[in-house]
Design a protein around this ligand. Structure first.
Ligand code: NDP
Ligand code: 2IT
Length: 450
C-alpha cells in the first residue's frame, strides 16, 4: 500500500523528464543568430520571460470508479504565454503526464500558435489518468471531476482547452457538459466539441489533413514531387495518425504502416483504413494485433521485443515518413534507416516525435524535415476557427473549413521557408519555424510592456 503510494508520487514528481529542456534548447539554439539583432530582446529579457510559464496550475482530481472506490489523479493546466491571444492548447490524459511533459507541450504550443498567424497564446494541460480499460461511465465521471477543478481557470477569452492524447470529442463533450452545469455559460470555452453542440466541422480531421496539406506543399515547392503513388509510413493509430492516413490515401499515396503503444503493423497492400477505424475509434480501442489477425499478408510486430522492434515502422522503405504517435519516438537509428532506404521527407504529425540527434542527421543528409509546430498546426488552427464560429454564433460548412485549413497550411510553409532563407539557413524548417514564431510573439511582448 505505502509502496504503491510512494511509487505514484515518485512518478508524478519525477525530476528526470527532460522534454521541457529538450524543447527549449532546440528553440533557443535556433534563435541564437537573431537575438543579438535587436537590442530590445536583451533589454526587456524577452528570452527569459518566454521560457518561464505565466502560471502552472496543479489540482487534485477525485472520482469514484465502478467498484465504488475513490480514485485520485493529478490534474494540471500550464498557461505559458498569452501575448498573442487567449491561452490555447490541448488536454492530455495519459499515465506518463507530468508537469515536465506539459511544460514542453505548452512551450511548443506558443510557437505553433504563433505560426498560424491567428490570435491565440500557448497552453497545455491534462492528467496522469489512464483512460485504457476504463468504462464509459468512469471516463464521464473522471471528466466531470476534472472540470470541477479546471473551470475556475478557463474562459472563452481566457484559456480554451481542446483535445490531445487520450482526449477526443467524447471527453470534450463530458468536460463541456460539466462546465456548463457549474457556470451556466454556453460559450466557446473548449474546442473540439461534438458538432451537435458548437463543434466545428473538420476539427476531428484537421490535424492529420493539415499535416498532409503541409507535406504536399513542401514536396511540390522543394522537389516538384507529388504524393500520388508514393509509399508512406505513418506511426500512431489515434486521431492524428488516422486522418493523416486518410488524406494521404485520398491523394493517391500508399500507406504501409501504423502503430500503437503495443506494436506496429506493416501492410504491404496499404493500410485498410476502415478496419483501423473499427479497431481504434469509438469505445472499442482494440490492439493492432487484431489487424494482422483479420488481414492476411500484414505483419504485426509487438513491442514486447523491445528494443529490437520498438521502431518497426521506420524500418520499412518509404518516400515520406509521418511520425504521428508521441514525443521522442523516432531515434537516430531510425533516421539512419530511413536515409538508407531512400526516404526524402520526414513530416511530424506528433509533437516533438523526433530526437534532436536524429533531426540533425536528417537535415545534414538533405532530407526535408518539418517540425510538428509547423506541420501539425492545422488542429489548433481549426480550433481557432471553432472559437470564431462560437463567438459569432455561425456554422461554417465542411468545404469552407477545409479550404481555409489548406490555405493556412500553405501559408505556414511559406512563412517557415522564407524565414529560413532570410536568415541564411535555407531548407532548415526547424530554424525557420522557431525564428518566424518567435518574432511575432516577441513583438507582442514588447508592445505590451512588462
Ligand atoms: P490519440 O490519443 O488519439 O492517439 C495516440 C496514438 O498514439 C494511440 O494510437 C496510441 O496508442 C499511440 N501511441 C502513444 N504512445 C505511443 C508509443 N510510445 N508508441 C507507439 N504508439 C503510441 O492522440 P492524438 O492522435 O491526438 O495525438 C498524437 C500526437 O499528435 C501527440 O503527440 C499529440 O500531442 C499530437 N497532436 C495532436 C493534435 C490533436 O488535434 N489531437 C494536434 C497536434 C498535435 P494506443 O492506442 O495503444 O494508446
Ligand atoms: O498539440 C496541439 O496542437 C493540440 N493538441 C491541439 C490544441 C488545440 O487547442 O486544438
Amino acid at each position: 500500500m505505502v509502496e504503491k503510494i510512494l511509487a505514484n508520487l515518485e512518478k508524478s514528481n519525477c525530476a528526470t523528464d527532460n522534454t521541457f529542456l529538450q524543447a527549449v534548447s532546440e528553440v533557443l539554439t535556433s534563435l541564437e543568430p537573431i537575438v543579438s539583432s535587436d537590442p530590445r530582446y536583451g533589454q526587456y529579457s524577452i528570452l527569459e520571460r518566454l521560457v518561464t510559464p505565466d502560471r502552472v496550475i496543479a489540482f487534485k482530481v477525485q472520482w469514484i470508479d465502478d467498484q465504488n472506490r475513490v480514485q485520485i489523479n493529478n490534474g494540471y493546466r500550464i498557461q505559458f504565454n498569452n501575448s498573442l491571444g487567449p491561452y490555447k492548447g490541448g488536454l492530455r490524459f495519459h499515465p506518463t503526464v507530468t508537469t515536465g511533459v506539459l511544460k514542453f507541450l505548452a512551450f511548443e504550443q506558443i510557437f505553433k500558435n504563433s505560426l498560424t498567424g491567428l490570435p491565440i497564446g500557448g497552453a497545455k494541460g491534462g492528467s496522469d489518468f489512464d483512460p485504457k480499460g476504463k468504462s464509459e461511465i468512469e471516463i464521464m465521471r473522471f471528466c466531470h471531476a476534472f472540470m470541477r477543478e479546471l473551470h475556475q481557470y478557463i474562459g472563452a477569452r481566457v484559456d480554451v482547452p481542446a483535445g490531445d492524447i487520450g482526449v477526443g470529442s467524447r471527453e470534450i463533450g463530458y468536460l463541456f457538459g460539466e462546465y456548463k452545469r457549474i457556470t451556466r455559460q454556453y460559450d466557446g470555452v473548449l474546442s473540439g466539441k461534438p458538432y451537435a453542440f458548437g463543434g466545428s466541422l473538420m476539427r476531428p480531421q484537421a490535424t492529420g489533413y493539415g499535416v498532409v496539406y503541409f507535406a504536399r506543399e513542401m514536396l511540390q515547392v522543394e522537389l516538384q514531387e507529388s504524393l500520388e503513388g508514393k509509399m508512406c509510413t505513418v506511426s500512431g493509430a489515434g486521431n492524428v495518425a488516422i486522418h493523416t492516413i486518410e488524406k494521404l490515401q485520398q491523394l493517391g499515396a500508399i500507406v504501409l504502416t501504423c502503430s500503437d503503444s503495443d506494436g506496429a503493423i506493416y501492410d504491404p497492400n496499404g493500410i485498410n483504413l476502415a478496419l483501423l477505424r473499427e479497431l481504434k475509434e469509438g469505445g472499442a480501442r482494440l490492439s493492432l494485433s487484431e489487424y494482422a489477425t483479420r488481414i492476411s499478408g500484414s505483419v504485426y510486430t509487438p513491442k514486447a521485443d523491445y528494443p529490437k522492434d520498438a521502431h518497426a515502422v521506420w524500418q520499412i522503405p518509404c518516400f515520406a515518413a509521418f511520425p504521428c504517435a508521441t514525443q521522442n519516438e523516432l531515434t537516430l537509428n531510425d533516421a539512419k534507416k530511413l536515409i538508407e532506404n531512400g526516404c526524402v521527407a520526414v513530416v511530424e504529425g506528433a509533437n516533438m516525435p523526433t530526437l534532436p540527434d536524429a533531426i540533425e542527421l536528417l537535415q545534414r543528409e538533405g532530407i526535408l524535415f518539418s517540425p510538428g509546430k509547423a506541420s501539425n498546426a492545422g488542429g489548433v488552427a481549426v480550433s481557432e476557427f471553432e472559437m470564431s464560429q462560437n463567438a459569432s454564433m455561425e456554422k461554417w460548412d465542411f468545404d469552407k473549413v477545409d479550404r481555409k485549413l489548406d490555405e493556412l497550411m500553405r501559408q505556414i510553409y511559406k512563412r517557415v521557408s522564407l524565414t529560413a532563407k532570410e536568415y541564411g539557413v535555407e531548407r532548415n524548417f526547424v530554424d525557420g519555424a522557431n525564428i518566424a514564431a518567435f518574432k511575432r510573439v516577441a513583438e507582442a511582448m514588447l508592445l505590451e510592456g512588462v
